[in-house]
Design a protein. Structure first.
Length: 608
């Protein structure tokens, strides 16, 4: 999604802005721009396409200034053209960058046109800058103008504002879309994600909902939603720089796939010392799990698939009923909340707009608690929930989620075990599963060693236009995740079905041009799945099977079998995800797509 970077200092800040934008590129965008103030003049450069094009244009124009804002745009209102790219200006002196959507922009636009303003873009953003211009023309200073305009804007957004008439301050607004202030020495910054600013600082203030920040070279003043000046805590970034570099890997996605053993190790650290450790999983609030009679899981995309796996585990191991729903449906639907329901939201970034909105709308008294399963401690989702279970995956840069998914699964399995314990499930059974979980990092490593074989097998998919993924039980959501990965990065149309549904429709699609991938660990549903596979084979479909030795399926049966390590039942969804990630990765590389920034997609979907 869109990225914002801003800086104010004694030196030229153009390099800081461009580097910051490059570090946000992974989120997906279609155009970029910047505006800097130098000697009382505002200079703007914008380009459709990549930041590299903007950088070249800025170099050519020798764009320099000690105050500036910059933006990568993922179009929501208006095509991805140069004229729609941010920053947007009103007159020659005032510029705005904006993440999010202004829902009432149409009526504001009509009013501004009636007041004599001329619009040069199709964006919703342009109303903001003209409204600010109007307030300034009425005699307000920049901070007053922003404070006056913000209440008129409906929707979720973050803003960066500069004026050539006020070269000593940069104004930032957070209202539904994330924004941080970075603290430097003799210079300060803003960004929509702290990762953008790591080359210049590790000290951050996370703005809260409704905050307006006045950022100067030597200080920052924050006014909260009630208009009161407030002090916000300064956070020190505790990751390393390497987390956000590709290192020796060709793509972030590949790096992140191979980071999974270490990431899973972190997820489990201090949490699997024995059944007693489950009693502290959610800190003091873990006790609340005893009262839980129902769980409602809300998520989007990959996180939704993690939630679907958790539902199987929860009903099976803890005997607690569970529903899983995509946030964009849940938030607009009337739903009945059974008594003593625990609301669980899942999001890698914790800024997913639909999931956040669903959380904010979940006000029924029947929810006994709201728990966020999330990778980012400082996120809105974590801050606005009473409980959080952090997945500790580390920064995930590839748009296609990999380590975020497997660590979500590991964290959710812990949550299910803690719930099972709270509901009186025997410690012996839980201890066995926890012992199995210790093997997760090494089993993941074993699955990663199949990379060479999967690379070979991927060649069969490169020329295909469609693929079917099949699974049963917990492997059904794993198949869904496999299909999602393939379509996201290789642009091959892929669908997942519970294997039992095959003959209720999709079997009609099966022929020699439709590869069918089945995930088939040796669990109790295997025999049933084997019959489904025969149905595919009888129709000439090419079958690719991810199974362990004990499944007693081999190439001789007319399948291409990739033999997986033997995996304990509850860990199978995590381990069987790995070869599907590798499959989509290799197919995408062979097809020459942009693996880390697939077309039209964005990381951390912060608009509805
Ligand atoms: N609505 C604005 C900004 C879009 C955005 O934040 N995308 O993530 C536009 O379309 O320019």
């Amino acid at each position: 999604m869109c990225g914002i970077v801003g800086a104010i200092g004694e030196r030229n800040v153009t390099g800081i802005l461009i580097t910051g934008l490059k570090r946000l590129e992974y989120r997906g965008y279609d155009s970029a721009g910047l505006a800097v103030v130098a000697e009382g003049l505002l200079h703007r450069v914008r380009r459709a396409g990549k930041v590299a094009g903007l950088e070249m244009a800025a170099d050519e124009a020798a764009t320099q200034g000690t105050l500036g804002i910059a933006h990568t745009r993922w179009a929501t209102h208006g095509k991805p053209t140069e004229t729609n790219a941010h920053p947007h200006m009103s007159g020659d002196d005032l510029a705005v960058v904006h993440n999010g959507i202004i829902e009432n922009y149409q009526s504001l636009r009509e009013q501004l046109i009636a007041d004599g303003y001329r619009f040069t873009s199709e964006t919703d953003t342009e109303v903001i800058v003209h409204l600010l211009h109007q307030a300034l023309a009425a005699g307000r200073d920049l901070l007053q103008a922003v404070s006056e305009v913000v209440p008129k804007l409906h929707g979720a957004y973050a803003l960066g504002v500069v004026s050539a008439d006020e070269p000593d301050r940069l104004i930032a607004v957070r209202s539904g879309s994330p924004l941080v202030v970075g603290l430097g020495i003799g210079e300060n910054y803003i960004a929509s994600d702290q990762l953008a600013l790591l080359p210049v600082t590790t000290r951050f203030i996370f703005l809260q909902e409704g905050d307006v920040a006045e950022v100067r070279r030597d200080g920052v003043q924050i006014i909260d939603a009630k208009g009161v000046a407030v002090e916000r805590k300064v956070h020190e970034f505790d990751g390393t720089h390497e987390d956000v570099e590709k290192g020796e890997y060709r793509h972030f996605m590949l790096k992140e796939i191979f980071e999974q053993p270490a990431a899973l190790q972190r997820t489990l650290e201090g949490r699997i010392n024995g059944p007693e450790s489950l009693a502290h999983l959610l800190g003091e609030r873990t006790e609340l799990l005893q009262r839980v009679r129902n769980v409602q899981i809300i998520a989007c995309g990959t996180s939704y698939h993690a939630g679907m796996v958790a539902r199987y585990w929860l009903e099976d191991l803890a005997g607690v009923s569970c529903q899983v729903e995509v946030a964009s449906e849940f938030r607009y639907r009337q739903h009945v909340v059974p008594e003593n329901t625990l609301l669980v939201t899942i999001s890698q970034s914790g800024e997913t707009a639909d999931t956040l909105a669903a959380l904010r709308g979940a006000t029924s008294a029947h929810y006994i608690g709201r728990l966020a399963v999330c990778n980012v401690d400082s996120s809105s989702l974590v801050r606005e929930s009473e409980m959080a279970l952090l997945t500790r995956a580390g920064p995930e840069i590839g748009v296609a989620s990999t380590k975020a998914f497997t660590t979500q699964l590991a964290a959710l399995l812990l949550l299910v075990l803690a719930t099972a314990r709270a509901h009186g499930v025997r410690d012996e059974l839980l201890a066995d599963i926890l012992t199995d979980m210790r093997q997760l990092p090494s089993l993941t490593e074993q699955a990663l060693r199949l990379d060479g074989a999967i690379h070979e097998l991927s060649k069969d998919f490169v020329e295909k236009h469609h693929t079917l993924f099949l699974g049963r039980g917990t492997q059904y959501p794993v198949a869904m995740e496999g299909a999602l990965k393939l379509k996201e990065i290789s642009y091959i149309h892929a669908e997942a079905y519970p294997a039992g549904e095959l003959k209720h429709g999709p079997l009609a699609l099966v022929d020699k041009d439709m590869p069918v991938v089945a995930v088939a660990p040796n669990d109790e549903l295997l025999e049933k799945l084997k019959s489904n596979l025969q149905e595919v084979r009888a129709r000439g479909g090419e079958l690719y099977l991810f199974a362990d030795h004990h499944a007693e399926l081999s190439d001789a049966d007319g399948f291409t079998v990739l033999t997986m390590p033997k995996v304990p039942e509850y860990l199978a969804p995590i381990i069987y995800t790995i070869p599907l990630q590798l499959l989509s990765y290799h197919v995408a590389v062979m097809r020459g797509t942009d693996v880390d920034q697939p077309r039209n997609l964005a990381k951390s979907v912060t608009v509805e």
